[in-house]
Structure formats: C-alpha cells, structure tokens
Design a protein around this ligand. Structure first.
Ligand code: ADP
Ligand code: MG
Length: 244
C-alpha cells in the first residue's frame, strides 16, 4: 500500500513581475522524509518553501499539504496548524523571555490558557535543549540558542511538517553545529522536513533526498550519495564544485 505524500506540488509556476522564477515544478515529499533543497542564490528555493507553507500564492498548478489543497481558501487555515517554519533571522521579541516567545502564538492565535501554553512550550524547549533558559531574554542567549528558541516556537504548535530556510546562515560557524544537531534530532524522530541549506555536511548526513534547483526547475535529484558523489547534470557538478 502506498502512503499519501505529505506535500504534493503539481505543475507549479510563479512569476514576480515579468520574471518567471518557478517553472512548472512538480515535487512530492513523503511523510517522515527529509528533503534538502540546494541551488544557487536566486534559483527559487525560498519561493518553493514559501509556496509550500502558504505564505506565497501560486500562479499555476496546485499544492496539496496533508491532503488539503492550498488553493482552497476555506481550508487554508488548517495548513497553518500543520506546518512550522524557521528562517535565517530568528525574529524573537527582545522584550519577551524565551518562554514568552514560545508561548505567544499559542496564547494569542491558539487561544490556549497560559498554563497549557507553558506546558507545551516547556516540552518544545526540552526538545531543543533549552528548558534551563526559559526565563532568559534573547539578548542573554547566543545566536545558536536564539535559533533553537525559534525552532521551539515552531515546534510548540505541534506541526506535522517543518520548513527550514537557511536556518544556520546567520550564525557564526562555531554555532552551526548545535542547530543542525537539533534538526537531526527532529529528523530521527520522524518529522517531515524540507530544508534549504548551504550546509552540505548536514545534507549528506541527514537528507533522505537532495533536490538541486536551477533557475526555477528541479535540475537533478537523488540520494545524497547520488547527488554528491556522482552528479549527472553539468549544472549540478558546477554548483557542487563551488560549494564543496
Ligand atoms: P533562493 O531562495 O533560491 O535564493 P528565491 O526563491 O528567494 O531564491 O528567489 C527566486 C527569484 O525570485 C530571485 O530572482 C528573486 O529575486 C525573485 N523574488 C523572490 N521573491 C520576490 C518578490 N517578493 N518580489 C520580486 N521578486 C522576488
Ligand atoms: Mg532563499
């Protein structure tokens, strides 16, 4: 019996002004899969993530997330509860504690009681190894810790899918490992993840599948071994020779 994909993109296109940045792209993500998107700056990686999470509309084609069509506006709010997103910028509220940052959406958007929200938030902070920093303010945390708080904030809504858009790109090199380690933990726990990253080490170790995007299309995809050891497309080879 084949399982239903967690995410389906079917013939998706997207233009900004006169420029078509995503060109009839079709892609499936299976439940529990870790899909890593790589490609040059401007190739459309963030746009794909933003469309998958409902932050960006599509011009053509369809996207389904957990069997909910994103074009069905009546049901689009369901998607928000299914997905969590982590960006390059942590965007924590500086005047709120770690716990306050993680509980905010639970209390404001989910209308959870403060005590229920605190419980949820502490469980999420436990998962990223920061339960002991619950009462610290962002300025008292390292960049790596702040990004782990941002991951906890996304996890606290108990998403079925997590999106990461260059989550380690703003970090000093010595802080990257603690964040990728948290991401690896989520992958091990079976979280469905779509990850845009320049950390090829993470892609090699953690990805089930690597997709190389080039000018708005999937130029090549495969297992980390296939893509990194034996890339077939000259564009992939050229890209990898620059980043590896
Ligand atoms: P990547 O994440 O791979 O660097 P993006 O998806 O951010 O690529 O961008 C793909 C292309 O779309 C780029 O040329 C970018 O300038 C353009 N683009 C992205 N978002 C917008 C927007 N909101 N308005 C105009 N152009 C955009
Ligand atoms: Mg991007």
């Amino acid at each position: 019996m084949s399982q239903k994909p967690a995410i389906t993109l079917s013939g998706v296109s997207k233009s900004f002004g006169a420029t078509q940045v995503i060109k009839t792209l079709s892609l499936e993500v299976q439940p529990g899969e870790v899909l890593v998107l790589i490609g040059a700056s401007g190739s459309g990686k963030s746009t794909v993530l933003r469309m998958m999470s409902g932050l960006e509309t599509v011009d053509d084609g369809e996207i389904w997330v957990n069997n909910v069509p994103l074009h069905d506006r009546k049901r689009s709010s369901e998607i928000c509860g299914h997905v969590g997103m982590v960006f390059q910028q942590f965007n924590l509220f500086p005047h709120k504690t770690t716990l306050g940052n993680v509980t905010l959406a639970l209390i404001k958007a989910r209308k959870m009681s403060p005590s229920a929200a605190n419980q949820r938030a502490m469980a999420a902070l436990e998962r990223v190894g920061l339960a002991d920093r619950a009462n610290h303010y962002p300025s008292q945390l390292s960049g790596g810790q702040q990004q782990r708080v941002a991951i906890a904030r996304a996890l606290a809504v108990e998403p079925k899918i997590m999106f990461f858009d260059e989550a380690t790109s703003a970090l000093d090199p010595e802080l990257v490992g603690e964040v990728t380690e948290v991401m690896r933990g989520l992958a091990r726990d079976g979280m469905t993840m779509v990850v845009v990253t320049h950390e090829m080490g993470f892609a090699r170790k953690t990805a089930d599948r690597v997709v190389f995007m080039d000018q708005g299309v999937v130029a090549e995809q495969g297992t980390p071994e296939q893509l990194f050891v034996n890339p077939q497309n000259p564009r992939t080879q050229q890209f990898l020779s620059r980043v590896l």
